[in-house]
Design a protein around this ligand. Structure first.
Ligand SMILES: [Zn+2]
Length: 80
């Protein structure tokens, strides 16, 4: 997926509240295991790095991203 498309998708998800604006309390990286990326909405396969965390606001629900999607989310939420 085009990084520009992912950025737009993440902006929309931030606006609709599907993604938290706050910082993540804890973030850790690991191998993907087929979970859904909260950024681009596609599966994080075992060959990919997955970033997982828990937002400090918004009920502390867990979020997970591909590494590039995490970086885009982190960038977009700072600007927003
Ligand atoms: Zn992704």
């Amino acid at each position: 997926m085009d990084p520009q498309d992912i950025r737009l998708l993440i902006q929309r998800r931030l606006q609709s509240g599907r993604l938290p604006h706050g910082r993540t309390e804890r973030i850790w990286g690991g191998a993907g295991d087929g979970q859904m990326c909260d950024g681009c909405g596609t599966i994080i396969t075992t060959g990919n790095m997955a970033m997982q965390g828990r937002a400090s606001k918004g009920g502390g629900r867990p979020i997970q991203f591909h590494l590039p999607c995490f970086q885009i989310w982190d960038d977009v939420r700072r600007v927003a």
